[in-house]
Design a protein around this ligand. Structure first.
Ligand code: CTP
Ligand code: CA
Length: 225
């Protein structure tokens, strides 16, 4: 109520954000993961909270301070992130999936540390659930926003993901450019919408990217109220 009175534009909006990598265990001492730092998702959660939203942040293993006033749910694996995101989806107005979910996980987690033996070693992997695509299938009133991390054919790949996952908006991110994507405080992104419109943002801090993103999401959310 206080946020409404102070004119915060996302007052009362329930936002579910996922951030960071996932970690898929191979044995008690090893895992598969990726270079995601979680910074983009944490910046979105913090900015949304400052603008009055009620924020839940589902975070993979990252080394970041939890943003003030945000409920943080820590997860490790894609399986756990899947469970939490699906469980909290119905109560969300806006879902932003900035996490870098592992696409594959070991089919078997070894109970004991694996010993080195042969010169070559093949690890059997299976696909993880595509969390965002599942949310897209279940979408009712929610505004659903995804990220696309690419190193080539950025727009083509991002547009495909926007449609196939039934998103309202996708943030396309060329992670091969220095200053964009993994492990830095800045990003260069493009926003792509369902009607084919696109918006190119300059190099800017992840906090500024977050606020631009929320500027676009806010009117979409207000339409659903
Ligand atoms: N995503 C997800 N669950 C997965 C894989 C991806 O929810 N198992 C989400 C990511 O959080 C992101 C979006 O889908 O918002 C796109 O992720 P990305 O890795 O760019 O695309 P993928 O669909 O995994 O396809 P690929 O990695 O082959 O490009
Ligand atoms: Ca992927």
């Amino acid at each position: 109520a206080e946020d409404v009175l102070t004119g915060k534009d996302l007052a009362g909006c329930r936002i579910l954000v996922s951030a960071g990598p996932t970690r898929e265990e191979i044995d008690p001492v090893r895992y598969l993961s990726n270079r995601s730092s979680g910074r983009m998702g944490f910046a979105i959660a913090a900015a949304a909270r400052r603008r009055g939203a009620i924020v839940t942040l589902v975070a993979g293993p990252v080394q970041l301070m939890p943003p003030a006033g945000v409920e943080v749910v820590s997860v490790v694996s894609a399986r756990q992130m899947h469970e939490v995101m699906l469980g909290r989806f119905a109560a969300a107005d806006v879902v932003i999936k900035a996490a870098a979910v592992a696409d594959y996980r070991p089919m078997i987690r070894q109970q004991q540390k694996m010993k080195k033996k042969s010169e070559e070693f093949i690890l059997d992997l299976e696909k993880t659930p595509d969390i965002l695509a599942e949310l897209g299938q279940r979408k009712a009133h929610q505004i659903l926003v995804g990220f696309a991390a690419e190193t080539e054919d950025l727009l083509e790949h991002a547009r495909k993901k926007l449609v196939s996952k039934n998103l309202d908006m996708i943030v396309a991110n060329d992670v091969s450019i220095p200053g964009a994507g993994f492990d830095v405080d800045t990003n260069i992104v493009r926003f792509i919408y369902r009607n084919g419109e696109m918006e190119n943002l300059e190099l800017m801090s992840k906090t500024d990217v977050a606020n631009h993103l929320l500027d676009r999401i806010c009117p979409l959310w207000k339409k659903t109220c």
